[in-house]
Write a protein that binds this ligand. Structure first.
Ligand code: MLT
Length: 320
């Protein structure tokens, strides 16, 4: 029996090596256009994607044999989980492979924000020697508030403690002793807002978290707080944050993710003084892309050849 594996996104070549080594796999891979993916999916048994392919209801309706979607990454917001579950398609992610990449990028954004590194760089490229405009703040002695204390949040906490920051976190699903063992105090959201000098977001998008950084929550934060988002753009109400930066209520923000990617030219934060940007790069290290490609391919091999499933995000599909 030969299984057809469709890989329409830019997934590291090592995924193909894992599939080929397993045997019995026909692979269609490359940066496919939407129409090409729609045509190829009718015959696919498994789909391996990053964030570019939208596995929405239209794509899944065209999938006649699909059994598995493996997401080479963490977020599955580009997959219609309800439609997949109804069709009995098991969706798996790879939550381990890009944890460190994302934590390190978040830390880089926090340092860039605290020390005006991008602004200094731009100024020097413009031929200036301006040492007065970019006086930053130290991380040591400041309080970092981590919203969402999963794998990435915890990896950031370890690094922040090494920088002699005080670390507090909010996560309704994590027991306080897990945080305490790491030297982190678990707080309510309002307590975190009141205490943090830097706030970094690491939550999934849910009805509760969508737009959670808005005028009302910013009003509960310390004046001059700095906000970092390398999780999902929709956690922030961009208009509200832009206003707060202009008014000085928020000293600055570092943003790697956008509700719509790429963000439109009219995005209120893009180009705003006080905002540091990267184009959804947090998981983009060679190391992380190899890790998630291996994990996703192995999940497909184990599911198709051995009936073994790991990191399933829609367990109800297994009952179909
Ligand atoms: C993730 O969800 O794993 C990251 O945002 C990276 C990506 O989208 O590939």
């Amino acid at each position: 029996m030969t299984y057809h594996i469709l890989i329409p996104d830019n997934v590291d070549q090592v995924a193909l090596d894992v599939l080929e080594a397993a045997g019995g796999m026909k692979i269609t891979a490359g940066n496919l256009k939407r129409e090409e993916t729609l045509a190829a999916i009718s015959d696919a048994d498994a789909l391996i994607i990053r964030s570019a392919t939208k596995a929405d209801a239209e794509l899944l309706a065209a999938a006649k044999k699909l059994k598995i979607i493996a997401r080479a990454g963490v977020g599955v917001d580009n997959v219609d989980l309800d439609a997949a579950t109804k069709q009995g398609i098991v969706v798996m992610n790879t939550p381990d492979g890009n944890t460190i990449a994302t934590a390190e990028h978040t830390f880089g954004l926090m340092l860039a924000l605290a020390r005006y590194i991008p602004e200094g760089e731009i100024s020097m490229r413009a031929g200036k020697w301006d040492r007065k405009s970019f006086v930053g703040v130290e991380l040591r002695g400041k309080t970092l508030g981590i919203i969402g204390f999963g794998r990435i949040g915890r990896a950031i906490a370890k690094r922040a403690l090494a920088f002699e920051m005080t670390v507090v976190a909010y996560d309704p699903y994590i027991p306080a002793d897990i945080a305490a063992d790491l030297g982190v105090e678990l707080l309510s959201l309002d307590e975190l807002y009141a205490r943090a000098d830097f706030i970094t977001l690491h939550s999934l998008i849910t009805d509760e978290t969508r737009g959670m950084i808005n005028s009302a929550s910013i009003a509960k934060m310390k004046k001059g707080v700095r906000i970092i988002n390398a999780a999902r753009g929709a956690l922030i109400n961009d208009d509200d944050l832009a206003e707060a930066i202009k008014s000085g209520a928020v000293a600055g923000a570092a943003v790697d993710v956008y509700a719509e990617e790429p963000p439109p030219a009219t995005h209120p934060l893009v180009g705003l003084p006080g905002v540091v940007h990267t184009p959804h790069l947090a998981a983009s290290t060679a190391d992380a892309q190899v890790n998630v490609a291996i994990d996703a391919a192995q999940e497909v091999v184990d599911a198709l050849l051995k009936g073994e499933y790991k990191n399933v995000v829609n367990p109800a599909a297994l009952q179909k």
